[in-house]
Design a binder for this molecule. Structure first.
Ligand code: GLA
Ligand code: ZN
Length: 672
């Protein structure tokens, strides 16, 4: 399944009118019409309203919200609302409240606090989801189902401990297999009964928090178990929805690069992916872009929904800057450029009270339509109307792939040694950024993905190598492609056990190197690396590489390993295997990645304009759309690489003619 079929990009967002008087709803809809809002996400936090007591359901308000939406010609993404518990439920069934990492059973409060293994939660959440599905399956406003909200968090209660033991039995079948996988001969941990196994937390294997564990095997499996336990909650709700509604697509809103949950394990179970984009402050534009591409990769390149973004400001940070004029439009078109088939906000009208009352909203507390934010939202609404269905269902024709692997992320960041300073996202982002700024479209894919469509496969910090991945990477190079990997790759198997082989383990033949030693140093130690045409700086980890067939491309400039290779290239079949043995700075990564892309003619036509992002989508009818996004606050002066028409203005530009992008401007060029 794909996202719901719509004639244009669904535009709107979270709408919680149960928080304000009915009279205001008229005004809401008047303003929605002015802003081109056609889609409302409803019911995300209304469980205590729809089920005020265990035996009482009351859909009066939700009926009104949906009927009114239908009467106004708006469509609804209907949430099951099971992310925030009603107080009566937590009181009556204390087991639903999570037990935290320190072993403390929580009491009622906040949201996203349910224990995923609680039978009471499972029974009551599926019951309310079933009622909703039964009631609204045929409602004319219903466009999509939105189960729960931003699944996440971990529970360490006894129910979860038991569920974990069952999960381990399913995975390992015998204690011998588990003891072997977790290397329990270390520190006298050999288990003789499943009941001896404890969830890894502050009371058991951990010290100094969730990333410091004595047994990585146990902690990794708890991450996987938590992923599956929460997925179980999602699947249970989806099943009861499907019993009443066979057709309406079902999703849940993800959080992009969210470490706690391996979204690749979830992906097959969603009808379409959706996510909430709140980029870190001061993140470069490639940061949200990487998350968009990761979300697009969940469903094999199918479009996803941008389920939430703020129209102006967040509230949850210590300091919450505004989106400057034009930034919202740019971020929205960036999402569309990367595969978003919907553009939704959190939220349509501001909450009056509680912790999100200062969170940005399309309509503020005063209910005005003459604010800057409302105007920008409405202008964008008009542009999306103009765009119609031109981008819907379009795919990204990427020939470059970047492997993103939650297991490697986890294993790397819970490892004692070589360095706590290496952060998975930072390294992956550096390679993604280099490829994107060079104008290459990039598919961000799981380890298991089919690699045959790609000329270039980037696999930075591929700490854990599973299954037949090494063979498939070799096949890419053998047929003429290029594979790149980096320091701290090829280190451990699926259980986080070191390969009993030279580093980089199963990647060694492809990369033509051997690594015996690695030197990790504080952030302020800089190693110059000579890349031939130029030099750059490297930090954090310096692996000492012995070429075994590979040739040096860059060399270290200092210390006892001065003159030894820091970057290598190995001929393999018709192609190449590259290895970067240290954390090069961004210019260094750029240079390496551009050399690889150039070999495959994958540098984009605007690769020399650092502020201009380009992204291609190919519509189902074959129309090729090139998005050009100017991330700079000044105009970008380009020369058109092809004759094209801008879908947003209808203006035609001929090949070789000047093409100027406004500050923070976007053009969507139809090139054929
Ligand atoms: C998340 C949630 C929303 C809201 C916003 C605020 O994405 O899903 O309910 O809390 O954050 O930024
Ligand atoms: Zn629990």
């Amino acid at each position: 399944m794909t996202p719901p079929r719509t004639p244009k990009v669904p535009y709107g967002g979270d709408y919680n009118p149960e928080q304000w008087p009915h009279e205001v709803w008229d005004e809401d809809h008047r303003l929605f019409t002015r802003a081109g809002i056609d889609t409302l996400t409803v019911g995300v936090f209304s469980w205590s309203l729809t089920q005020p007591a265990e035996d009482t359901y009351d859909f009066t308000i939700l009926d009104r919200v949906l009927d009114r939406a239908a009467a106004e010609g708006r469509q609804v993404c209907l949430a099951t609302g099971t992310a925030a518990l009603p107080p009566w439920l937590a009181k009556k069934y204390p087991e639903v409240n999570r037990t935290d990492f320190e072993g403390r059973r929580h009491r009622y409060g906040q949201r996203h606090t349910f224990c995923p293994s609680s039978p009471a939660y499972r029974r009551l959440s599926t019951a309310v989801a079933a009622r909703l599905a039964e009631r609204y399956a045929d409602h004319p406003a219903l466009l999509a189902w939105h189960i729960n909200n931003e699944y996440g968090g971990t529970c360490y209660c006894e129910l979860c401990a038991d569920a974990f033991r069952r999960w381990l039995r399913d995975r390992y079948a015998t204690l011998d297999a588990l003891n072997d996988a977790w290397c329990t001969a270390f520190w006298s941990h050999r288990y003789t009964d499943w009941d001896e196994i404890e969830p890894p937390n502050a009371l058991t294997e951990h010290w100094r928090g969730p990333d410091h564990t004595a047994f990585q095997g146990n902690t990794l499996d708890y991450f996987r178990f938590t992923t599956d336990a929460l997925l179980g909650c999602f699947l249970a709700e989806k099943e009861v929805i499907r019993a009443h509604d066979q057709d309406t697509p079902v999703t849940t809103n993800f959080m992009g690069m969210f470490r706690p949950l391996d979204y690749h394990r979830w992906a097959p179970h969603l009808d379409f992916a959706s996510w909430d984009s709140y980029p870190p402050l001061d993140a470069p534009p490639t940061w949200p872009a990487l998350a968009h591409d990761l979300m697009r990769g969940l469903k094999d390149g199918a479009p996803f929904w941008l389920m939430e973004q703020t129209p102006s400001t967040t509230a949850c940070r210590d300091v919450n800057p505004l989106r400057r004029p034009g930034e919202l439009r740019l971020a929205t078109f960036q999402a569309v450029a990367h595969g978003a088939d919907a553009a939704l906000y959190f939220q349509m009208r501001a909450s009056r009270g509680a912790c999100e009352k200062y969170h940005g909203a399309v309509i503020g507390h005063a209910g005005r339509d003459d604010t800057r934010v409302f105007r920008e939202v409405a202008d964008l609404g008009r542009e999306l109307e103009l765009l119609g269905g031109a981008t819907l269902g379009a795919r990204t024709p990427a020939r470059t792939a970047l492997v993103f692997d939650w297991d490697s992320w986890w294993a790397l960041e819970i490892s004692d040694g070589p360095s706590r300073l290496v952060r998975y996202q930072d390294t992956v982002h550096a390679y993604y950024r280099a490829a994107r700024e060079a104008g290459a479209d990039v598919d961000v894919i799981p380890q298991t993905a089919d690699l045959t469509p790609y000329d270039v496969v980037l696999a930075p910090v591929l700490h854990m190598v599973k299954g037949d991945l090494a063979d498939r990477l070799e096949a890419v190079a053998a047929r003429g492609g290029t594979v790149l990997s980096t320091f701290l790759s090829g280190r451990v198997d699926a259980h986080d056990r070191a390969f009993l082989a030279d580093v980089p383990g199963p990647l060694a033949p492809l990369l033509g190197i051997r690594v015996d030693e690695w030197d990790s140093r504080p952030q302020d130690v800089v190693q110059p690396v000579d890349l031939g045409e130029s030099s750059c700086a490297a930090r954090l980890v310096f692996e000492i590489v012995q070429p075994r067939g590979a040739e040096p491309v860059g060399t270290y400039g200092a210390d006892f390993y001065a003159g030894t290779p820091a970057v290598t290239r190995n001929r393999f079949g018709e192609g190449e295997g590259w290895y970067v043995a240290t954390a090069l700075d961004q210019p260094g990564v750029d240079q390496v990645v551009r050399r690889i892309l150039a070999r495959h003619d994958l540098l984009g036509p605007y690769a020399d304009h650092p502020s201009v992002e380009s992204a291609t989508r190919v519509a189902p009818d074959g129309t090729r759309l090139l998005f050009l996004l100017n991330h700079a606050p000044e105009p970008a002066r380009l020369t058109a690489h092809a004759t094209a028409t801008d879908l947003l203005t209808g203006k035609r530009v001929d090949q070789g003619e000047p093409l100027t992008l406004d500050p923070l401007g976007t053009v969507i060029l139809r090139t054929q």
